[in-house]
Unconditional design. Structure first.
Ligand code: SF4
Length: 221
């Protein structure tokens, strides 16, 4: 992994909310974290990255995403910590919602668990603020991520920083860094149910009969 020459050269001016001097940043993977951590680095924000994602299945996928994030943090010089891979707790939290699609109640419960874990980590470290890179993906519901952040704040007293990490050019920069740093291209959100849905969708496309092309249409340019 090699940083592009313009890394941390033109990040948006984003500062910590007043009254806080450090932030715990929940990160699900390097692609979602890239532009956010670049901004924090350039703006001199004192950040600690927290990888806490027991939703990711199978374990080989978990290790791949975790290790890529660790490599990126090491390269840019940001401290990080890794939470427990407590798969049992995650399955218990989403029980009864296995067949639901993405952006459903299952995803809300999944975010709740991960952001509560992050707020507890922050509290343990004496950090008064936390945020998450989860909503940098356009597939995720920012409202659900923020609701999880607010719930974790109410439960722990640690402030949730509800910054929109897609604004101020960060969505484009995210995609640019994914390409330039050649981050691993994930094909599903993370959990086994999301993976099964992705397979089902693919199979459906493969089974669908090819449309008949008429002779007239074949000649169209
Ligand atoms: S689809 Fe993604 S957000 Fe939803 S439950 Fe699975 S891992 Fe969590």
């Amino acid at each position: 992994m090699q940083l592009p020459p313009d890394f941390a050269q033109h990040s948006p001016e984003i500062t910590l909310p007043p009254g806080h001097d450090r932030v715990a940043v929940h990160c699900c993977c390097a692609p979602c974290a890239g532009a956010v951590l670049e901004t924090m680095k350039q703006q001199g924000i004192d950040a600690v990255v927290y990888f806490f994602n027991p939703n990711i299945h199978p374990e080989t996928e978990y290790v791949r995403r975790r290790d890529e994030l660790i490599e990126f943090c090491t390269l840019i010089g940001l401290p990080y910590a890794v939470g427990d891979y407590n798969v049992r707790d995650w399955f218990a939290a989403v029980k009864g919602h296995e067949d639901e699609p993405e952006r459903s109640a299952r995803c809300q419960l999944c975010f709740n668990l991960r952001l509560l874990g992050t707020a507890l980590f922050a509290k343990e470290q004496g950090i008064t603020l936390f945020t998450s890179t989860l909503a940098t993906s356009r597939w995720k519901s920012r409202a659900q991520v923020d609701a999880a952040g607010q719930a974790a704040m109410a439960a722990t007293g640690v402030t949730y920083w509800a910054q929109d990490w897609r604004k101020q050019g960060l969505a484009d920069r995210r995609n640019q860094l994914v390409k330039e740093l050649k981050f691993y291209n994930q094909t599903y959100c993370g959990c086994v149910y999301g993976r099964l849905n992705e397979r089902k969708t693919k199979e459906l496309h493969q089974r669908r009969p090819r449309p008949q092309v008429s002779a007239a249409k074949q000649g169209e340019s």
